[in-house]
Design a protein around this ligand. Structure first.
Ligand code: C5P
Length: 239
């Protein structure tokens, strides 16, 4: 396995080609961004923490029959992943009111939702990733109705599994953002990452925030919180 040319550099990760067909080399960076890139900082060790956490999460999902692009961890900051064509939608699943749902609805933060709420955001930096509905998605031709149905079904199944997994670690999965990609065989699978950068995770007992909101709102040490999550997940993975 050899790392080849850089294919893409995003805000938190770099993606390289490899000498193997349909397999890419993903490197997690220490960079943190928020508010559409307006707030930016390098946080030492974040790349390692997100790579370790995402790897554990993808392994656990696979064990419950939920596929992702994850193949294996290469190093503390790198993974081998399957190549996919990313569908330009951020699929957000929410279990508890927080963030933009609170701002959009005026419901109080921390209110538990009886049923998960799914939202789609159109991945477009210039537009600021706007919330879109199913008609907009059809209009933009980013996913066919049947694919959208698959995205929703997978997103809900992933949310159910991960809510359970985090609950076992004493954490509440408040919400999460998922991205999906199409493989060479036209299969839709979970891609990107699942980490405290892309999920809201609160301590179940104290409701302390242990995710990227720490960076967004300067609530303390992000690395300490992520390390805590990794330890709890590691414990769960071993147990
Ligand atoms: O900001 P908002 O409440 O809409 O975010 C919902 C969830 O999606 C949060 O867990 C947040 O971290 C995640 N998110 C993300 N990338 C974005 C926007 C939101 O991972 N561009």
């Amino acid at each position: 396995l050899k790392k080849e040319s850089l294919l893409y550099e995003g805000k938190a990760k770099k993606l390289y080609k490899t000498n193997l067909k349909n397999l890419l080399w993903m490197e997690y960076k220490d960079d943190a961004t928020a508010f559409n890139g307006e707030k930016k900082e390098s946080l030492k060790g974040k790349g390692r923490l997100n790579n370790e956490i995402t790897s554990l999460v993808f392994e656990r999902l696979e064990a419950s029959g939920l596929e992702s692009h994850f193949v294996k961890k290469i190093s503390s900051t790198e993974q081998l992943v399957r190549e996919t064509a990313i569908i330009p939608l951020e699929v957000v699943v929410r279990n508890v009111v927080a963030g933009s749902l609170q701002r959009r609805t005026g419901l109080h933060e921390g209110m538990e939702l009886e049923e998960p709420v799914i939202e789609f955001y159109y991945k477009d930096d210039a537009l600021g990733d706007p919330l879109v509905n199913e008609d907009h998605i059809r209009l933009l031709q980013v996913a066919e109705p049947e694919q959208l149905h698959t995205l929703k079904r997978q997103a809900l199944a992933i949310n159910t599994q991960l809510s359970r997994l985090f609950r076992q670690c004493g954490l509440i999965l408040v919400d999460l953002k998922l991205e999906f990609g199409k493989t060479a065989d036209n299969e839709i699978i979970l891609a990107d990452e699942v980490s405290p950068d892309t999920c809201r995770l609160w301590d179940a007992a104290t409701k302390e925030k242990l995710d990227k909101d720490i960076f967004r709102y300067e609530l303390g040490s992000l690395q300490e919180a992520y390390e805590d999550i990794l330890n709890r997940l590691g414990g769960a993975a071993r147990g």
